[in-house]
Design a protein around this ligand. Sequence first.
Ligand code: NAD
Ligand code: TYD
Length: 340
Amino acid sequence: MRHILVTGGCGFIGSNFIRYQLSEYSDISITNLDKLTYAGNLENLKEIESHSGYKFVKGDIADSNFVNSLLESTDFDAVINFAAESHVDRSILDSGPFIQTNIVGTQILLDASRKQNIKRFVQVSTDEVYGSLGLEGLFTEETPIAPNSPYSASKAAADLLVRSYYKTFDLPAIITRCSNNYGPYQFPEKLIPLFISNAMEDKDLPIYGAGTNVRDWIHVNDHCRGIDAALRKGEVGQVYNFGGNTEMQNIEITRVILKLLKKPESLIKYVTDRPGHDMRYAIDCSKAESELGWKPETEFQSGLDATLKWYQENLDWVNRIRSGKYLQYYDQQYGNRLNT
Ligand code: NAD
Ligand code: TYD
């Protein structure tokens, strides 16, 4: 795997993945194709922008002329598709961009990869395609797909397209499905970075519903190691689940964040629940452990401490994002949740 095309590399997980690859392997080069949506930020890769093994290309995975000419002009060994609209709440407000990027974009990448005989196509997917669990049980790779939000439905549709290109055209594709990530460079609209950023500014922390929904949290570095293992050791046509073995209720996480930041629990605000809110995600990642030799390594408390510290030390990054258009969007959404 010498030349890798990463899509969506200016977002949270993609930027961490590129940094990981370039520090781990000296003989690879990475092209990062990113549209730079509201979630894409060139600053996330500032320290490697002049690295000889790195190239950035601005473009849209749903633009077939652009994608085809990029893949024709460069001899990529692998394509790793991180590019997506990734926030459930935004998908509830407007599913259009989710269909366009997550489904149409994936189809265009698959077709271009097929034409160029790409040796590995890794689709970075999510445990959310499995839907919601009750109090018991874990998602395995055999769990039927049953997405509940427009976001997870669009990711599930993309997974099915990837599967069909493997079955129909022998495209050497692998799908990874990971639980909720946390860590540096996560856009502060997702639970952990939003609550850290709000608490640092003494702003309310809006808990949807009763706060008892459970997510399994994994440090982004562990996810990046998993994708790397799937790329290099995974069997084509297979799905691999990754999780952090750290199930927590949203309210528990919120209390931990407040305690670490020495902020009062009076900042917690219970607001109108998210429609179709999945109750619980939990992952069985024994297949990745036995077949890829992978397991999550970052213990949650130390990972969260480091993440908190990163947000405290990167206030300029946070403040640049939490201004202007994004702040208007956030305040409007928060207002709606208080009023309904
Ligand atoms: P993100 O929202 O932080 O980043 C998405 C990136 O994709 C941005 O840089 C954006 O500019 C780019 N992008 C969006 N539309 C594009 C398009 N049409 N063409 C090219 N680039 C485009 O997302 P993330 O949290 O880093 O997630 C990355 C991937 O991992 C997604 O596919 C997501 O579904 C998946 N995933 C995320 C999590 C999580 O907890 N964040 C968990 C499991 C899986
Ligand atoms: P989120 O980070 O949006 O990830 P996902 O919906 O993909 O799991 O949300 C994580 C959990 O936190 C989810 O149960 C919704 C909840 N949540 C809140 O209670 N308040 C918030 O402001 C946000 C963004 C999320």
